[in-house]
Design a protein. Structure first.
Length: 128
């Protein structure tokens, strides 16, 4: 016959498990964020094709008029969309980007703003 674990031990074990999972998630979050490299340029893609490229080191405001109107602002090594005429304006609400691989997307205008360049990314693994 199996013995039953008292309720107070179950609660303690659950709390330990939750704390361990949160700690592991925090470590993974910090490790992936620290591995990102600063970018060198902002690339604008429309319908998946590269339409323009701008240096992250030159502060400027660029009007983008492809399938609607967006305003791209480059300031202090980061890029953001500061204005758009799309209905939801989610692209304006996204934070500024500066690390390789980060993107801002405007789905109604089929526009992607992506950070590229800079140092070569670290190797994630080796395939044999």
């Amino acid at each position: 016959m199996a013995t039953e674990i008292p309720k107070n031990h179950k609660k303690r074990n659950d709390a330990i498990l939750i704390a361990a999972l949160l700690l592991a998630a925090g470590i993974l979050f910090l490790a992936t964020g620290a591995a990102k490299k600063d970018g060198a340029q902002v690339c604008v893609y429309v319908d998946g094709a590269r339409a323009a490229s701008y240096s992250l080191f030159e502060n400027r405001e660029i009007p983008l008029a492809y399938d609607g109107h967006n305003t791209l602002k480059i300031e202090a090594g980061a890029a953001s969309v500061t204005d758009a005429d799309c209905p939801d304006r989610l692209c304006v609400k996204q934070r500024a980007i500066s690390k390789q691989g980060e993107t801002i997307v405007c789905l109604p205008h089929r526009l992607i703003v992506k950070i590229e360049g800079g140092d070569a990314p670290d190797v994630d693994g080796v395939v044999r």
